[in-house]
Design a protein. Structure first.
Length: 481
């Protein structure tokens, strides 16, 4: 009997892919069907996502996947960004990119007017200038024509099925969801003067959203009974669901891609004043879990540097970087100057000099600076997550594209003084298809999802080597710079 076929639409900030998986008892075979770039477009000074190009590529991938007989499809993407629809369901312009400058100064103004305590007690979110709540305040009068707001995965699901809604793990990144009740916060909406009509009904991972509209099914060659299933539509929530942790393992995680999201999984949010001051976030996960983490700028620093250099050979550059003296060049990856696109190598070099470190002059020195600094940021964030939550960890699971970077994995293990288990690379797609599989009765719970990933997907373990004291000294130098 043929095992059922599931499709994951997984949209990252730099690329998207459609993956398929056959899932059976003790089997999980993932195949890439279609991969495509995600290229933002600047129009009249505003940076947009090219959402129609993304949707076209999604349909192209699903058309190819459907030839093998699909049972279900789920969609995940990056967080916080959204499309606005009018009362007829038409899109009111391409969604604005979270790296656009329109939110400059908005977060600070809202925090001053509303107060950090109320914002954090409601949402439990890290204060980041691009959070949906600050984007909406920045949009101002631009909301008047809008009837509905749909986050990116929900927008694509709406175009596929005609059914509107908001999946909770992604809704938890907006700053408008009450982290304790799991419902939209009418209090915060009223305080900020944001129209409640924009926010659709909420849905949980694992439910069926609907089936393809007849015109979509015909155009894309999709089965009319294909289930479009709600998954953990925030890509990090899907990735953490697929962490290959064994039963009883005390683990921290780093979902490492354009961003590094480092933290621990909890049963309840941490909303203390200390947590707020440390700028930790409480985001929703599968089965009501909380992803207690902090955003770190991540591989964006390396991606933008490579783009500025004309995309040189990365393996050769990493081999060169490994020969650069350790911890000589250091930056704070989360400095706001690194958020927008641009000449990243020049910004990194200037940041080093400004903080009293030597100036990295070669490409290899820039790369080593980025990786050493990310390893230190991983170390600091995981240690703080443990301290604030009381959840001890014995191992760090690094998933996502960054887990392929052996040098970063080794440096993170050494900086943390803990073993790093790297992989799977496609953790987000795996979490996506496995939540679908659970909705169709093939796996029972989160523990079984992780057990199946651990049993079927390749991972690599990096044990810490050498003395941790040089990392402690580097952390102290960076903190005092």
């Amino acid at each position: 009997m043929t095992t059922p076929l599931f499709a994951a639409v997984d949209l990252g900030a730099s690329s998207g892919r459609v993956m398929t998986a056959r899932i059976g008892e003790g089997t999980l075979d993932l195949t890439e069907v279609h991969r495509f770039p995600n290229r933002p477009v600047r129009v009249n000074g505003t940076l947009h996502w090219d959402i129609l190009d993304l949707y076209r590529n999604v349909l192209d991938g699903l058309r190819d996947a459907a030839r093998d007989g699909l049972v279900s499809v789920g969609i995940d993407s990056w967080a916080v960004d959204y499309g606005l629809l009018d009362e007829d369901g038409a899109l009111l312009g391409n969604p604005v990119h979270y790296r656009d400058s329109r939110t400059a100064g908005v977060m600070e103004r809202v925090r001053a007017e509303v107060g950090d305590e109320l914002l954090y007690q409601v949402s439990g979110l890290q204060f980041l200038p691009f959070n949906t709540v600050f984007q909406l305040v920045a949009a101002g009068a631009g909301l008047e024509r809008a009837s509905r707001l749909l986050l990116i995965p929900d927008l694509l699901a709406f175009w596929l099925t005609g059914e509107a809604g908001a999946e909770r793990t992604n809704a938890s990144t907006t700053g408008l969801l009450d982290v304790r009740t799991g419902e939209w916060s009418r209090t915060l909406l009223g305080t900020l003067g944001l129209p409640a009509r924009l926010l659709p009904d909420l849905r949980d991972p694992g439910g069926v959203i609907g089936t393809p509209r007849s015109d979509v099914a015909e155009d894309a060659g999709l089965p009319r009974d294909l289930a479009v299933t709600a998954v953990a539509s925030h890509d990090t929530a899907s990735a953490v669901a697929a962490v290959p942790a064994t039963a009883g393992e005390r683990f921290g995680f780093i979902s490492c891609g354009t961003w590094s999201l480092a933290g621990v999984e909890l049963d309840a949010p941490v909303l203390t004043g200390e947590s707020r001051a440390a700028n930790f976030t409480n985001e929703g996960g599968v089965d009501g879990t909380i992803r207690y983490l902090r955003n770190i700028m991540g591989m964006w620093l390396l991606q933008e540097s490579l783009r500025a250099w004309g995309s040189p050979d990365l393996p050769a550059l990493l081999a060169e970087a490994e020969r650069v003296p350790a911890r000589r060049f250091l930056i704070d990856p989360d400095d706001p100057e690194f958020l927008p696109p641009g000449d990243m190598p020049a910004r990194i070099a200037a940041h080093c000099v400004r903080r009293g470190f030597p100036e990295p002059r070669t490409r290899a020195e820039i790369v080593r600076c980025v990786l050493d600094s990310l390893a230190l940021a991983h170390r600091a964030t995981l240690r703080e997550a443990v301290r604030l939550s009381g959840r001890e960890i014995d191992v760090v699971h690094m998933v996502g594209g960054g887990s392929r970077n052996e040098l970063l994995c080794r440096l993170t293990a050494d900086a943390c003084g803990l073993p790093v288990v790297a992989g799977p690379v496609e953790a987000t797609a795996l979490g996506n298809v496995l939540v679908q599989a659970r909705a169709h009765g093939l796996v029972s719970d989160l523990a079984e999802i992780r057990s199946l990933v651990a049993a079927t997907q390749p991972v690599r373990r990096y044990d810490p080597t050498g003395d941790i004291r040089p990392w402690e000294e580097a952390a102290a130098r960076l903190a005092s710079a």
